[in-house]
Ligand binder design. Structure first.
Ligand SMILES: [Zn+2]
Length: 66
């Protein structure tokens, strides 16, 4: 399950959450419980140093996937 970073649109709090692929709603903000959170770049994907345009997908051609 991927970890996503969210930024709350109400109070500006940034938080991380494990989100299943089937989840349709954003996780609530731990500070104000608002669901008006914006999903940011996946932390797990960015830490691998992908090519950027396809960090979520594992089919990145620049990494030698066939
Ligand atoms: Zn908040």
């Amino acid at each position: 399950m991927p970890i996503y970073e969210y930024e709350c649109q109400k109070c500006g709090k940034r938080f991380e959450a494990l989100v299943s692929m089937s989840a349709k709603e954003n996780p609530p903000c731990p500070m104000c419980n608002s669901r008006k959170s914006r999903k940011k770049m996946s932390i797990t994907a960015s830490s691998k140093g992908g090519c950027g345009s396809c960090a979520i997908s594992s089919s990145c051609s620049s990494k030698g996937f066939s």
